[in-house]
Design a protein. Sequence first.
Length: 572
Amino acid sequence: MSIPDELQRARTLMFAADEPAAKELLLSLLPDIEAADRDDLALEVFAQLGEIYLIRSANDGVRECIQRIDDCLNVYLSILAGTAPPAVAEKMTMTEAEAERLVSRYSDRAQFLRAGVAAALGDHEGAQTTLAELVAGSSDLPHEHDYLITHARIRCALALCDDDLHVRSVPLWEPVLATLADEPADEAAEYLWVTGALGYARFCNETGRVAEAQPWTRRAGARAERRGWRLDSARAQLERAAGLWADGDYPGTEELVRQAYPAIAEHIRAHEVSRCWMYFGLTRLSAGGLQVADECWEHAERHWRELGKPLHVHRILLQRSWISIFRGRYDDARAQVEQARELLNSSPRSSWLQYARLDDHLGTVWRAEALADLGFDGAGNPQDTWEEAEERYRRSRGIRHQQWGVGENHTAMAKLQRAADLKLPAALAVDSMRYSITDADARWRWASGVAAPLLSSAFAVAWELEDPVLVGELIEYHSARGVFSIDSSEDSPIDWARVATAPVPVAEIEEMALVAAAPPSTLGGGLTRLGPLPPLQMDPGGGPVLVRYRELAASRYGLVVTADEKTWSTWP
């Protein structure tokens, strides 16, 4: 076969996820290309190698390929500019027009690699700038140029999702979806379609739009199956499994992950391997298998550590701490939570939401230990074997055997108070953001998927504290729900007894993860924007409700939890 045919074969191997074979083929072509003195073919080799390294997260290899491309193009640029030494200029065998096309084409390929590696390293601002330059450029090969732009958008969007910056990925997914609306014309377009569809399906699953993800996964899986792309077929099964887990179909999740795992493991995709182990652990835990669940999550943690994914490692540590809770090893659970906090501290992409959820989980550890002091029937014994712990876990009915004032219950009171000090501020911070989301569907996803678990946990710990005042204030807060702001063009002062709240700064909304997965909707009439609640006063002789916990939320997470407005009296 000719060298161009072999280059196309290498690309076909890459589309089929056989990157090792593609890499070996490309490297084997270099001696013949050098002997033929064909810079254009050498540039194609380095462009393809860079894309392979990008797929396999070999970022040093990507940078090396970019440097090789740049070094070659700089020679041609100097010749075209008339600044190259005569001995160098005389060696050019192509015309100036051909040289200009060569520089244009492979400058775009290098720019694509720059955007991809910047995104992979978490430099999302640099990736955005590089992508914008690629989009603004022109090319004599518009089909290839469009391919590179769409592929770069997909990689940048997925990198944002990896760092929990789903909101910022929305402007990237919109043009990708517009491209996917066209029927693929060749193998490269088919590969791009499957890659984009699976990436968008993952985005949908992670932002709670499970119903929207399923058609994309099925269509991508069918296209991959038709092409014989085993890895992409397996990735489609994994995304379908993620949707089934969200819908509560645990047997279906287990079956799909089992089907997907062999191909994913064979192609050594560490991130997908970790996701498989995570779901294996979740399904095992749902069946009461504490030991095997912990082993599965240990595998997931190891792979994510090897990939250098601090946000994923922090999440799997929180997941593993549940095993320590079920075994009654509360100090171990708190140590795992603190490890997760250190990972958040080390990540430049950590957000207030992650810290709020972490604080809530630490409160869960204290609450579980307090319930153990109260004789909770599901509380583990650190001395139990795995079998004994699993039996206790399975037969637990969720009841406690002691009342206040008996035995060591005074220690339980202190632990529950620590849990409340962690859980209530986190719940109020997260729930307050619900009132800032104008789109009804996005607001529902935030309320059901993010705010509700934390708020219900806050109610639980307040009830277990047997503090009727705190429970009453939480009920009053929850009953107030969201309130609206008057049209901003009106200059009249706001009367809280009549209407509702002040807006939240736009910057706060942009930082919310997992929320703005749909375009915002415009509110009709004079109601233009939702916002946080003002201070609520339910007792004419008392102060605002939950004031201490709201202050803690504002100081810990830097959020405007309470609108800076006149106190709203909640009695008639």
